[in-house]
Design a protein around this ligand. Structure first.
Ligand SMILES: Cc1cc2nc3c(=O)[nH]c(=O)nc-3n(C[C@H](O)[C@H](O)[C@H](O)COP(=O)(O)OP(=O)(O)OC[C@H]3O[C@@H](n4cnc5c(N)ncnc54)[C@H](O)[C@@H]3O)c2cc1C
Length: 260
């Protein structure tokens, strides 16, 4: 049995085309906005601000005669977006993560989050198990008797996987892909929910805020709490103005503004 540890890698983030943004801004007289940006530093924030400013044409005072004052500091502008619940502008910025060595328990819970997310999960109909990687929380690792029993059980399940692969002749020349897939799918029924697997998750900032809050709640399951907390840490570094309002206490991320 391989001891697994859930990991989160951030693999994609927004990348802005400043020339194209400027082309639009020139047409509406808003170039000043782009000039003040610290280009390339927090692109998700720039994108959210851009999407917000288009709403009132508030690139500069007077471009829209109804707007006499504009907020120039990005932190303050985005804080106001969060505070006023104008969260749809946050949907333009998406991030993509690989979640590696996470259990099917965690992935099943994560997949319940639908708007603003996309998931591609390792297929256990196709990917054959030759071992059963497994994560144990610290409290379980500290229980020697539990670990002995669990390790024995998992080792038996691993041996059964290998036995079935041999029994079904999955590696024989003549075994078709269809047959392999069907048998591999049957074999996964004998893997525990805790088997470590992986997925790619994409989610926009609005969805991420909700996932981080609800899945680090003390009532949430311990593995998803760990993963959602790690996503929170990554996002706070990526976009401090969009994730800086959380207070983190004992792993629970409580936002300054809920349901933006
Ligand atoms: C601590 C905890 C315990 C849980 N226990 C269980 C359980 O025992 N059994 C179980 O089945 N599930 C359970 N869940 C899952 C939970 O019911 C949700 O399915 C999951 O958290 C997804 O979140 P969400 O409903 O906010 O939807 P998301 O898909 O994350 O959507 C975000 C928000 O968009 C809005 N929204 C989304 N879809 C719709 C829609 N169709 N109609 C209207 N508004 C919508 C809602 O405001 C929603 O909060 C649990 C979740 C947590 C955090």
């Amino acid at each position: 049995m391989r001891a697994a540890q859930p990991r989160v890698y951030l693999i994609a983030r927004p990348a802005l085309d400043h020339a194209a943004m400027a082309a639009y801004l020139r047409e509406v007289g808003g170039e000043r906005w782009l000039e003040k940006l610290d280009l390339g530093q927090f692109e998700a924030q720039d994108l959210a601000e851009y999407a917000g400013k288009i709403c009132y044409r508030s690139w500069a005072p007077g471009l829209n005669p109804n707007v006499r004052k504009v907020r120039d500091d990005q932190d303050g502008y985005l804080r106001n977006i969060l505070a006023s619940g104008h969260g749809s502008v946050l949907e333009h910025a998406s991030f993509t993560f690989v979640l590696h060595d996470v259990s099917r328990i965690m992935t099943h819970e994560l997949c319940r989050h639908r708007p603003g997310t996309a998931t591609s999960q390792e297929s256990m109909r196709f990917v054959r198990l030759d071992d059963i990687p497994f994560w144990f929380p610290d409290w379980a690792r500290d229980d020697k008797a539990l670990m002995e029993y669990a390790s024995q059980l998992i080792s038996t399940l691993e041996q059964f996987q290998l036995w079935m692969a041999d029994r079904f002749q999955l590696d024989a020349e003549g075994t078709s892909m269809h047959e392999r897939k069907a048998r591999t799918s049957f074999m996964r029924r004998f893997a525990p929910d805790g088997v470590a697997t992986g997925l790619v998750l994409s989610a926009n900032v609005r969805a991420l805020r909700h996932v981080i809050e609800s899945r680090t709640d003390p009532g949430a399951e311990e593995e998803i709490r760990l993963v959602a907390g790690r996503i929170g840490e990554l996002m706070r570094a990526e976009a401090p103005a969009l994730f800086g309002d959380y207070t983190v206490t004992d792993g629970a991320w409580v936002p300054g503004w809920r349901k933006v």
